[in-house]
Design a protein. Structure first.
Length: 327
């Protein structure tokens, strides 16, 4: 009798262990062995690249399947967007994108993708920018900057990472709300745009938070204000532009994950669940915030698509009003 009981207990334990192993390996079993690519439209080293690699590492650990970051810069991001839009819809090629995917269809004369070519996987989070000025400029806050621009119409210059970038549009939106004339000087990337603020070739720029904040802390530029609706946890001492005088102003860049439009719904849901799991890890949240994503949204697939459509309409209206076009 005791022998039968021992055999029954042993059998139950073996079954439980097998079930647990099966659950933890479910993603790997349902997908081929080849890696899942997170394609980003920018070069290595920036905010998109850094945050994508944080997520790829945790996704690989959680699923037992390799997630890799693949940089495909060029044409304002259109090379990466077109590549993913036309990729096999099997869940192995994903787009990890900032706001450019919503801006470019209006900004460029022609792009080879539509927003309808994608399906949302995850709305990862939002990242504010930081408006910084040359140290010699006689301004301490956004009200000072606006008053200077009113006193010197068209003379105050601002740099950006590119025409139609979030860096550019954030400054243009500030200028439009303030009702002032300023001169835009586009560059090829945020580091160059920021360097010329430091050197005094331009008066100010609105740049991704981590890069700009590093120069503020080093004393090379002066922080004027954050673009988010509330202060970033990595810069609690710097006010937002809204609270320091430009009421109603808020601009955030963001990071969303997309799959090709014909990806099966079950695959999209499985991918979303894995991103959801990774984004709930405290260590991941801390690393993402340090890299600039101050609001972890962790939104579902339908929320990602609704949001990107709203951003397409918002920035499209501003681009048309400014008559902006990129080559």
């Amino acid at each position: 009798m005791n022998c039968v009981r021992r055999m029954t207990v042993t059998s139950l334990l073996v079954a439980c262990v097998a079930l647990a192993f099966s659950a933890s390996s479910a993603y790997a079993q349902k997908s081929p062995v080849r890696p899942v690519r997170l394609v980003i439209p920018l070069t290595a080293g920036g905010g998109a690249d850094t945050t994508a690699r944080i997520l790829a590492q945790k996704l690989s650990e959680n699923t037992g399947q390799t997630f890799i970051v693949e940089n495909r810069p060029g044409a304002g991001g259109n090379i990466a967007f077109d590549f993913v839009a036309k990729a096999d819809p099997d869940g192995h090629t994903l787009l990890y994108s900032p706001v450019a995917v919503a801006i470019n269809p209006t900004l460029f004369e022609k792009v080879n993708y539509r927003l309808e070519d994608f399906v949302g996987v995850s709305y990862v989070g939002d990242a504010p920018l930081l408006l910084v000025a040359n140290n010699a400029l006689p301004v301490r806050n956004i009200t000072d900057l606006i008053n200077l621009a009113k006193a010197r119409p068209g003379e105050v210059r601002f740099s950006s990472s590119a025409i139609g970038s979030s860096s550019h549009l954030a400054s243009e939106m500030m200028r439009m709300m303030a009702g002032v004339e300023m001169q835009h000087i586009p560059y090829r990337g945020g580091p160059q745009a920021l360097q010329d603020v430091i050197g005094g070739q331009v008066e100010f720029a609105t740049i991704a938070m981590p890069e700009a904040l590093a120069q503020v802390r080093a004393g090379r530029v002066r922080a004027i204000g954050q673009t988010g609706i509330k202060r970033s946890p990595i810069a609690p001492d710097i006010p937002t532009l809204d609270e320091s005088g430009l009421k109603g102003y808020t601009v955030m860049t963001w990071y969303l994950v997309f799959a090709p439009a014909k990806t099966p719904a079950a695959t999209v849901q499985r991918l979303h669940e894995e991103f959801d799991k990774a984004l709930k890890v405290q260590e991941v949240q801390t690393r993402l915030r340090d890299a600039g994503i101050t609001e972890i949204v962790n939104g579902p697939p339908d929320a990602a698509m609704k949001f990107v459509q709203s951003e397409y309409e918002r920035w499209g209206n501003i681009i048309r009003e400014l008559k902006l076009k990129a080559n």
